[in-house]
Write a protein that binds this ligand. Structure first.
Ligand code: 0O2
Length: 282
């Protein structure tokens, strides 16, 4: 058997994890920057440890030559959502990205394992997509596999605890602990259901606080721009007015103030262009 150069084998997987985590984090940021609710709460990734790869190969009787095809989760991405409905949204985004540009996409779905519709015997629930992902390496392009796990915060809580117990007890989790875990899994289903039932209220509250944050940032930026171009006294008055409205916690008033400030800023902009024109004509 050839010597296994693990660092070389795993390097493209490390690259894939870094790139994929960044892609999904960017997607989440884009939502927030546009003042939209993001279905992605948190993204993490890891390359499976060598012992964990070897352990899986032993358990599933996988020969070395087939490791990269059969161990599908060497690169693993975990996307945590607030609500169960968000899981479908994220999965749909991944399906769209891989379908939309089929043939040109750097991502292609190999298979889906829906452990939410089909909960595992252990009580584990999560939505898995195994994808093929293209990375550029020093030796040229390489197509590798990555597993994307999508789950709610509550599902993640359960899975994290259960996973650590698997380490403690190996495969022999005592029956009374198994039963407790099964009960906890039921409680997680109920919790996710409860949270979904107040999803609209929670989303509205989150959206308005996000909108307020974006408005405030925009207003402060506008005030700073005005400070460069106009009379200091006038800008001070505008700033005082902003702090007064901000303290009143009235989102509608804040929106109106934002619009007025935009008009003032445009006025200054037009003035600057005209005076530049004058300067050139002189
Ligand atoms: P780690 O530590 O996460 O890297 P399997 O036969 O179940 O081991 P399979 O069929 O190749 O694996 O893929 P599957 O079922 O999609 O599982 C891969 C990963 O899903 C696991 O990785 C876990 O992260 C998670 N998972 C699957 N089943 C369970 C479960 O019952 N409990 C918990 N907590 N997590 C689960 P690994 O291999 O465990 O390693």
């Amino acid at each position: 058997m050839e010597i296994q150069l693990w660092r070389e084998i795993l390097s493209p997987y490390e690259q894939a994890v870094t790139e994929l985590v960044e892609k999904f984090q960017h997607l989440s940021l884009e939502h927030r920057e546009r003042g939209l609710y993001s279905p992605i709460e948190q993204v993490t990734g890891r390359v499976k440890s060598i012992t964990s790869i070897l352990e899986k190969m032993k358990r599933k009787n996988i020969p070395f030559e087939e490791m990269e095809e059969q161990v599908e989760d060497i690169a693993g991405i975990r996307i945590i959502c607030q609500f169960e409905e968000d899981i479908d949204t994220v999965a749909a985004i991944i399906r769209r990205v891989s379908d939309l540009i089929a043939g040109r996409s750097d991502m292609e779905i190999k298979c889906i394992k829906d452990y939410i519709a089909h909960q595992k015997e252990s009580g584990y629930r999560s939505y898995h997509l195994v994808i093929y992902y293209h990375v550029e390496t020093l030796n040229g392009p390489k197509k590798i596999q990555a597993e994307i796990q999508i789950r709610t915060m509550a599902m993640n809580f359960w899975a994290t605890i259960e996973h650590s117990l698997q380490y403690k007890y190996k495969t022999n989790i005592p029956p009374y602990v198994k039963e407790r875990l099964a009960n906890a899994a039921q409680a997680i289903i109920a919790l996710d259901g409860e949270m979904s039932s107040v999803r609209n209220e929670i989303m509205n509250a989150q959206n308005s606080s996000l909108m307020q944050r974006n408005l405030v940032m925009d207003i402060l930026q506008n005030i700073e721009n005005l400070y460069q171009k106009s009379n200091r006294r006038e800008v001070e008055k505008i700033q005082d007015e902003f702090y007064r409205i901000y303290a009143s916690n009235d989102l509608q008033q804040l929106k109106r103030f934002h619009q007025q400030l935009d008009i003032i800023a445009e006025g200054y902009c037009a003035q600057a262009v005209t005076s530049e024109g004058w300067d050139q004509n002189l």
